[in-house]
Design a protein around this ligand. Structure first.
Ligand SMILES: C[S@@+](CC[C@H](N)C(=O)[O-])C[C@H]1O[C@@H](n2cnc3c(N)ncnc32)[C@H](O)[C@@H]1O
Length: 218
């Protein structure tokens, strides 16, 4: 694994908190069992042979992917070398290919993945790299392959709005604006994906988490 990280980024726990807090805070505040299992079930529906995860963090989705699609090749990438090492240690018992790479520049050939998974990553990116990351997901997907996204949706009431304000302060106002306005489905369509579907919506301590899928054009 190369030791240099290619560009600045917002770490898993946001701009101010250490990465070591990420897993415990997620476990306490995010109803992880509920939505992570729905996300991997979405992926498993297509019985993919090669799954690429972008911004895998500590590998909480990655582990579940291996369990849900045991015959698939799973490639998990992140821009942060520290968190990638944590993920590899946490899942040392599993056959996962770890890749140090930005979401905007995956060292993966065109049209080779059956599924791309992007969980809680897009809201860490400013609008331009967010669009570039979606274009990159589309590039590596085979025609008809599906992108699966878990990320923040528009708050629907003042409680969700207040919760999401806390998250926006941690991760950055500009990076989260398109999520606050409910623009995620339009962003997926703008990146050239077809069949954009919002499958689930979960209220959490940080706002409303949505699970979407979108298909790379045939
Ligand atoms: C909130 S964490 C989500 C981690 C994991 N996917 C999950 O569901 O728990 C966001 C992750 O995105 C990664 N990240 C941030 N900017 C990135 C970029 N430009 N390219 C790839 N990964 C990035 C961070 O290092 C972090 O691991």
């Amino acid at each position: 694994m190369p030791s240099l990280s290619p560009a600045p980024f917002v770490g898993a726990a946001g701009r101010f908190a250490p990465t070591a807090l990420y897993d415990p805070v997620m476990a306490l505040t995010m109803r992880e069992g509920a939505w992570r299992s729905k996300l991997v079930a979405q992926v498993a529906e297509d019985a993919p042979e090669h799954v690429v995860e972008i911004g895998c963090g500590t590998g909480s989705v990655t582990r579940r992917l291996v369990a849900a699609v045991p015959d698939a090749r799973v490639t998990a990438s992140d821009i942060d070398p520290d968190i990638l090492s944590r993920a590899a240690r946490k899942s040392a018992d599993l056959d996962i290919e770890w890749l140090l790479a930005p979401a905007t520049g995956l060292p993966i050939a065109d049209d080779t993945a059956d599924a791309v998974v992007c969980s809680l990553v897009l809201h860490h990116l400013d609008p331009e790299p967010k669009a570039a990351a979606l274009a990159e997901a589309r590039r590596v997907l085979k025609p008809g392959g599906r992108l699966h996204v878990a990320d923040w949706g528009m708050p629907r009431d003042p409680v969700e709005g207040l919760a999401f304000t806390g998250l926006r302060l941690l991760d950055g106002w500009g990076r989260t604006r398109q999520h606050a306005t409910g623009a995620l489905p339009a962003l997926l369509r703008g990146a050239g994906f077809d069949g954009v579907v919002t499958h689930h919506r979960f209220r959490t301590a940080w706002g409303a988490l949505e699970l979407l899928s979108a298909e790379a054009p045939q």
